[in-house]
Design a protein around this ligand. Structure first.
Ligand code: PLP
Length: 506
């Protein structure tokens, strides 16, 4: 038996050899470090460390002969993976944590061994049906009619949003009208929307930023004004991108009001629910996301709030016709069988031709555990976010303040050393001008130090963001499936210890 065509016995032998290493990686998720750097903010040390690791992994020549599997995997797990941030680890609360359901990991191996492709119904009808089932299940989660809606799996949220943009563009703009199109979003819309517009051939100048309210949600009245102004200046408003949970602060736009405006003005409503749409499973989430089911399309990441490992996204459309319409073209492949149009041919609903059965990734954990477990996990994280917020509120006396109230499971806070202490650089007489550039830069520096302090403790790993008004704030996203309440609350102690420690040194 040659080395490429592994025999079943050799495969089993390999499995046996790597099982201890797999188990070490599994234990590391809970017990290993949250990060190998203290923060990704402004850190020359992190850059130097990253360069050294990359240099250690650099290989100039393609290997001519094979090496022992233990050595290869050791360099993967114990060298390559020991740099940067440990985004799959239990304490990771930065950015939007990715999931890591181990059930999905096991399934992935089985799926790759089955190695079935699903561009066409006839190639793998059972797999295509499984994927269609999962799409219908997710449609029902967001409140769509599972019969009249449909969806397309993607490599992640950016691609799901991109397909939403394509569907809208195809419905409303003829080729020669593309340069006249107008898209409405806000300053809080994820950057992948701007990228998606470029990929869809829509000029950057088509993007109009609608004003936000004090909770950083799109103002419906300002949206309506913007649509009317665009139309009267000869543009074709065709797409509104609303947020079902922004990355920055978790803000959820008023989807009910926005969808009414979109209906009235005949504009496509796409909701970026990449982080937040899954919360529609919970009562509290449903209240915030009220009106979600009115959207024409919704992007979801299954590797975020459905806890799958990297990466799987899903674009859902309320009316299935518009998904196929987004990809309709007249270039045919003579080598592919003709299949009745009413069947689900995923090649007609995605940029991919050869593709696995993406749906299996969620189908297996859902069949094993039942959707109630996701509802409970998301509800737990909503509870923990509320408890964490209460803990932060109690720190206002030491200068730690919430900068945005929690929305879904994201909150932001900032440390402002108390006025009158040496810490503010103010000796007690006057209040520092909180808007001055100098003071903002000072607060940024103080909060960068606090972030490093928290991350170095290793209980939770946080990131930062900048809110309007150039306010640098620390951000917490409570989503990780391996996170426990106890571990998160230890983070509260780290924050208060950090603030006190910094105050002493100022
Ligand atoms: C709200 C939102 N939209 C889109 C994206 C992009 O998703 P992905 O990274 O899966 O492409 C993210 C990523 O965090 C997000 O939070």
């Amino acid at each position: 038996m040659d080395e490429l065509r592994l025999s079943p016995e050799s495969f089993q032998e390999l499995l046996g050899k790597i099982t201890p290493l797999i188990m070490q990686c599994v234990r590391d998720i809970d017990e290993g470090p949250t990060s190998f750097v203290q923060s990704l903010e402004n850190s020359a040390d992190s850059v130097e460390q990253a360069k050294q690791l990359a240099a250690a992994m650099k290989e100039e020549r393609v290997p001519e002969t094979g090496k022992a599997i233990a050595d290869i995997l050791d360099s993967l797990c114990n060298v390559a993976a020991r740099g940067g941030v440990n985004s799959g680890s239990a304490g990771f609360c930065a950015y939007v944590p990715i999931g890591g359901l181990l059930h999905a990991v096991i399934l992935e191996m089985v799926s790759l061994i089955l190695n079935r492709v699903t561009p066409l119904f006839l190639l793998s009808p059972g797999m295509v049906q499984i994927e269609s089932n999962v799409i219908a299940w997710m449609a029902s989660v967001v409140g769509y009619d599972p019969v009249t809606s449909f969806g397309s799996f993607t490599s992640g949220g950016s691609m799901a949003n991109f397909i939403g943009i394509l569907a809208a563009r195809r419905k409303y703009l003829r080729e020669e009208q593309i340069s006249q199109g107008a898209v409405m979003a806000t300053s809080q819309t994820h950057s992948c929307i701007g990228k998606g517009l470029i990929m869809a051939g829509i000029p950057r100048s088509s993007l109009c930023l609608v004003e936000c309210d004090e909770k950083l949600r799109m103002c419906p009245a300002a949206l309506e004004k913007c649509i009317k102004a665009q139309r009267s200046s000869g543009h074709k408003p065709f797409l509104v991108v609303a947020s079902g949970g922004t990355t920055n602060t978790g803000a959820v736009d008023d989807l009910r009001a926005i969808s009414a405006i979109c209906r009235c003005h005949d504009v496509w409503l796409h909701v970026d629910g990449v982080y937040g749409a899954a919360f529609n499973l919970t009562q509290r989430g449903r209240e915030l996301l009220d009106g979600l089911e009115e959207a024409d399309s919704i992007a979801i990441d299954l590797h975020k709030s459905f806890f799958l490992p990297t990466v799987t996204g899903l674009l859902l459309v309320r009316e299935r016709f518009y998904l196929k319409n987004a990809f309709t073209h007249d270039v045919h492949a003579p080598f592919l069988p003709h299949v009745a149009a009413e069947e689900d041919n995923f090649m007609d609903m995605s940029p991919d031709l050869t593709r696995p059965c993406y749906g299996l990734r969620l189908w297996f954990p859902l069949k094993l555990c039942g959707i109630g477990k996701w509802r409970t996990a998301l509800d737990d994280r909503l509870d923990w976010t509320a408890e964490f917020t209460d803990g932060l509120r109690k720190m206002s006396g030491i200068g730690v303040d919430l900068t945005t109230e929690p929305s879904l499971t994201i909150l932001t806070f900032r440390y402002t050393p108390p006025v009158g202490s040496a810490a503010t650089g103010d000796r007690g007489a006057t209040q520092p001008d909180r808007q001055s550039e100098e003071h903002l830069a000072y607060l940024r520096q103080v909060n960068e130090r606090l972030l490093v302090f928290i991350n170095r403790r290793g209980n939770i790993f946080l990131s930062a963001t900048t809110l309007p008004g150039s306010r640098y704030v620390i951000r917490v996203c409570v989503l990780n499936i391996r996170l426990t309440r106890e571990r998160l609350m230890k983070g509260l102690t780290d924050i208060s210890d950090g603030a006190k420690h910094i105050a002493e040194q100022l």
